[in-house]
Design a protein around this ligand. Structure first.
Ligand code: GAP
Length: 513
């Protein structure tokens, strides 16, 4: 099945099984805003818990905060968001559609890469085992020609972006012959900058209300509280502050479901270090964060780093962790070495010293910062993409199963009486009443047992137990494993011992040590 079809199916699966609904659906929805349903919220909470505990429980020198969404507007001036949090936009006059100029060009670069990779794959097939890919890439005239075009475009694009040269961005689009995917024409407007922050008004005074912003990232709430936490927590550098919370961006090109949203959630950690040590810490956090992703078991080849060539003016290193989504490798998390830019800016704009006194060096300095920043919703999407499987069974039927990491699954155990009589429901309730204190259980007595298994597969429940007449005699149940579909007879007393460990976030966290 084509990957776009898989993605379409995944989106409808999310709605059908209570993971994600379009926001305000009965009013025809609101662009790029989504609500999480009964299963979605559990999965989302488990992702947040996995992240939070990996930061705050596993690191003695990382603590959390929860700062407000509204902040003093000067914060956004200091951080650079008022002046520079922009996307370069271009309109097609025929289709009246608006695009991000940088995305159009990046898609064009990806097309060159695709062409080169196809060429290499064809040659690999032709030459079989004797194929030397590196040599082929270095010598094939066709590959070299495409590679040269790609590199030239890339260099020109990076230069234009670094120089903020909007005229050049437009010229690149024209020179590359990039057409509007809707109208198919090259009738483009000029490129303009568009600020992504949502603004609103706070209070009402004789002079008018104050313009405030919905935060576009949670990080600034950490920076402006950094000294409060350092002092009250008696934190010594190096130390980190973690936060999970909503962020808002007026994204122009909102696409790919919950990949790019206007209201979303971030999990960010700012790690404060001595100046001069930041690149060592950057390397360490790059590795730590990749390990966190890989521990979920989707396969290490599903992830890759993408080192930034165009660095934000305040960064001296940056990388993305990308996940292989059905629409290609895409950024899920960013790791940035942000120097001392943010803290210095807040010192400058607030007029207050927020320097750290280092007792070991006996000197004061503005700490440097390594940031790890991951979108909850994007992580949620990557987990669903990695888990969604359509399997053909031995009897020819197909089943849709979410092979979610057990620790993240919304429901851990389904408790199913075989029939609705003979005391089986009562026995099932007894099991629920005992196990519900340990993990999330769901009771279901409606429809055939096969249909009930399918429903649980579809929401990713790792275990089901069936209560039958034998249960009443010997206190055993049938335990079914979601992935293997194997069934075994186990004693009710053993259930907690068998399941609790496998579905707990603690077990997942232990694999990180
Ligand atoms: N404080 C740094 C920062 O915000 P970013 O690369 O702009 O960096 C970090 O965002 C992460 O937030 C991204 O890797 C992505 O997972 C998530 N994110 C950003 N914009 C998003 C959007 N419009 N919708 C969903 N997630 C988004």
């Amino acid at each position: 099945m084509a990957q776009e079809d898989v993605f379409k199916k995944l989106v409808s699966h999310c709605k059908e099984y209570g993971f994600v609904f379009p926001s305000s659906e009965i009013y025809d929805g609101l662009g790029a805003v989504y609500d999480y349903g009964q299963n979605g919220v559990e999965l989302k909470n488990n992702i947040k818990q996995y992240w939070w505990q990996s930061m705050v429980l596993l690191h003695e020198n990382i603590v959390g905060i929860d700062s407000a969404i509204f902040m003093h507007p000067t914060i956004w001036k200091a951080s650079g968001h008022v002046d520079a949090f922009n996307d370069p936009l271009i309109d097609n006059r025929d289709s009246k559609k608006r695009y991000r100029a940088d995305v159009l060009i990046e898609d064009q670069i990806a097309k060159y890469d695709e062409k080169i990779n196809k060429e290499v794959a064809k040659a690999a097939k032709r030459f079989g085992d004797s194929f030397d890919e590196a040599k082929y890439r270095a010598t094939s005239p066709r590959v070299l020609e495409e590679q040269q075009k790609r590199d030239a475009l890339h260099e020109r694009y990076s230069k234009a972006m670094n120089a903020n040269d909007l005229t050049e961005l437009r010229q690149i689009i024209l020179d590359e012959g990039i057409v509007c995917p809707i109208s198919g024409t090259r009738n483009w407007t000029d490129v303009r900058q568009f600020n992504l922050m949502f603004a609103t008004e706070m209070g009402s005074t004789a002079d008018g209300a104050m313009k405030v912003y919905l935060r576009p990232e949670t990080a600034q709430g950490i920076f402006v509280n950094y000294l409060n936490v350092q002092k009250t927590g008696r934190m010594k550098i190096p130390f980190g502050i973690a936060q999970i919370g909503k962020a808002f961006r007026n994204e122009i090109v909102a696409r790919q479901f919950i990949f790019r949203m206007r209201e979303f959630e971030q999990m960010e950690m700012q790690f404060f270090v001595r100046p001069g040590t930041e690149l060592e810490w950057f390397k360490k956090w790059k590795e730590t964060r990749l390990k966190w992703h890989e521990a979920l078991g989707f396969g290490d080849d599903m992830y890759r780093y993408h080192d930034h060539e165009k660095l934000a003016h305040y960064a001296n290193a940056a990388t993305d962790i990308e996940f292989n989504m059905p629409f290609g490798f895409k950024e899920v998390e960013g790791i940035h070495s942000r120097t001392n830019f943010d803290l210095s800016q807040h010192e400058k704009y607030s007029g207050k010293s927020i320097k750290y006194f280092d007792p070991e060096l006996n000197e004061s300095y503005t700490p440097f910062v390594i940031e790890t920043s991951i979108g909850v919703d994007r992580m949620f999407l990557s987990v669903l993409c990695g888990s969604y499987k359509e399997e053909v069974l031995e009897n020819g039927e197909t089943r849709v199963v979410l092979k979610l990491p057990a620790a993240l699954a919304p429901v851990k155990l389904a408790v199913l009486p075989l029939i609705k009589k003979d005391g089986l429901p009562e026995k099932a309730r007894e099991i629920m009443d005992d196990l519900k204190f340990h993990f999330n259980c769901q009771y279901d007595e409606k429809d055939s047992i096969g249909k009930r298994y399918r429903r649980q597969d579809a929401i990713g429940t790792p275990y089901c137990v069936t209560i039958d007449h034998q249960t009443l005699e010997d206190n055993t149940v049938t335990l079914r494993n979601r992935d293997t579909m194997e069934q075994s007879r186990v004693s009710i007393d053993e259930l907690n011992g068998i399941i609790a460990d496998k579905v707990s976030i603690t077990s997942l966290l232990k694999t990180l040590q």
